[in-house]
Design a protein around this ligand. Structure first.
Ligand code: MN
Ligand code: MN
Length: 298
């Protein structure tokens, strides 16, 4: 029993440390984001700085999604794009021994979408205020929707927060960003990421064409040498998402296609607001406690 308690304390400690590292990286990244700065430079800074500060690695590639892109955009290899007067979502994941901190911020370089930024931030604080052991995820969703609509914006209804577990960045349960009829009850010790998305569009995302983020989803053996070489390179990421620009094997595109065909690797295309609306996002990772929650990524 004492061993088990110690194990749980060790795990919580890793979640908290990962959160602390993320929080520092996020605040340093903010200073790098200005008109004319390179997206790739910011992503590489985030990913390298996490390790410098003691993380075992990124829990997923640094997402930098612009304007009507809600998520899953990350720079390509040798990317030359620079920030303009954009609405920028930076979504960062770091892990220690597979225990994940996941947090996102929105920076408005356009200068005229401060209400949109506030809508998702207020949605997040309302959600955090509502969390305690016994809360139903439906009540969290309602709190988020009310906060966002009070700014005359809409929640993105087909994006949700999620549970976290070791090396699994999207675990059960999902945390809705709107009123739903069937939620689940949270209990003390649950680790969840809450991530409201607000938009001035209709409130729904669809897949875009760019795909740079992938994840190994099964251990099925593959025969083609190029695919086997790629699987070998992917081993350290286990079940954590990775970016194409991180990989070095020859015939990368071919190998990646083969692994997707064999359903060994899944892809995460960029998600865009269907009506072209601007999107903001705010996210924290929290540990549910008896009378509230502890935010690991504040
Ligand atoms: Mn995230
Ligand atoms: Mn998340």
């Amino acid at each position: 029993m004492a061993d088990k308690v110690r194990d749980i304390e060790d795990i919580v400690d890793k979640y908290l440390k990962a959160g602390k590292i993320l929080s520092q990286v996020r605040s340093e990244a903010r200073d790098h984001i200005k008109v004319g700065a390179s997206l790739l430079g910011v992503a590489e800074f985030v990913e390298a700085r996490s390790i410098e500060l003691g993380a075992d690695g990124s829990a997923f590639p640094c997402n930098i999604s612009l304007n009507d892109e809600a998520a899953h955009e990350t720079p390509v290899r040798d990317d030359t794009e620079v920030f303009a007067k954009d609405i920028i979502k930076v979504d960062i994941g770091v892990h220690l021994d597979g225990y994940i901190a996941d947090s996102a911020m929105t920076i408005d370089l356009s200068g005229d979408h401060s209400d949109l930024v506030k809508a998702s931030e207020e949605g997040l604080s309302a959600a955090i205020d509502s969390v305690r052991s016994g809360v139903n995820t439906a009540d969290i969703g309602a709190a988020i929707e009310d906060a966002i609509t009070s700014y005359d914006h809409r929640p993105v209804v087909n994006l949700t927060g999620h549970g976290l577990s070791q090396y699994i960045p999207h675990a059960h349960p999902s945390i809705p960003n709107r009123r739903v009829s069937n939620g689940v009850e949270l209990k003390t010790g649950d680790i969840i990421a809450i991530e409201p998305f607000a938009t001035d569009g209709v409130g729904k995302v669809v897949d875009g064409s760019l795909t740079e983020i992938f994840q190994v989803i099964s251990k099925r053996p593959v025969r083609l040498p190029a695919a086997r070489a790629l699987l070998k390179e992917l081993e350290p990421y286990r079940t954590l998402p990775f970016a194409k620009r991180w990989l070095k094997v020859p015939k990368l595109d071919f190998a990646l296609m083969q692994l997707q065909k064999a359903k060994v690797v899944n892809s995460y295309p960029v998600l865009k607001e269907v009506s072209g609306g601007m999107v903001s996002q705010a996210e924290h990772t929290v540990i549910v406690t008896d009378d509230g929650c502890e935010v690991t990524t504040r």
